[in-house]
Write a protein that binds this ligand. Structure first.
Ligand code: AMP
Length: 130
């Protein structure tokens, strides 16, 4: 998937759209989700043009990758949720219903979050390593 520099998060990074920032590092930024799915719902994104975690892993510098992972870890205590718990979630592509084609990690917290997946009644497929 090539990077679309007109996506919403690219516009936020260029400050063409506002966001409610909660944390920022040299290579990453965290801001509140506009349509929260839990009492606390924050998104963390790298500042570079990456569509997904696999794209980021292959194309981003080691410095960017270290910065992003640390930014995720440091956002949770800033939100005061490291003691009560939180869920990290990343969607990529069609099957996960990714809406914004710029890598983002959701932090969901502030309440009991329920099961990991809805309606997962399918038999496990153990033959998926390539
Ligand atoms: P995903 O389905 O993983 O791509 O999630 C995209 C997320 O971006 C959704 O939770 C949206 O509510 C959120 N979102 C979309 N536009 C904005 C915006 N302008 N500011 C903050 N969050 C947004």
């Amino acid at each position: 998937m090539s990077y679309d520099n007109q996506n919403i998060f690219a516009k936020i990074l260029r400050e063409e759209l506002p966001c409610e920032k909660v944390y920022e590092t040299k290579h990453s930024i965290a801001f509140k989700d506009i349509n929260p799915q839990a009492k606390i719902h924050v998104l963390i994104i790298p500042k570079g043009p990456y569509t997904s975690w696999d794209d980021f892993s292959m194309e981003a510098s080691v410095e960017e990758q270290a910065d992003f992972v640390a930014a995720i870890g440091k956002t949770a205590p800033r939100l005061g949720v490291n003691k009560t718990g939180y869920r990290l979630l990343t969607n990529h592509g069609r099957d996960s219903h990714q809406e914004v084609p710029h890598l983002h990690v959701h932090i969901l917290a502030g309440q009991a979050l329920g099961p990991m997946l809805e309606g997962g009644d399918l038999p496990p497929n153990t033959n998926y390593l390539r």
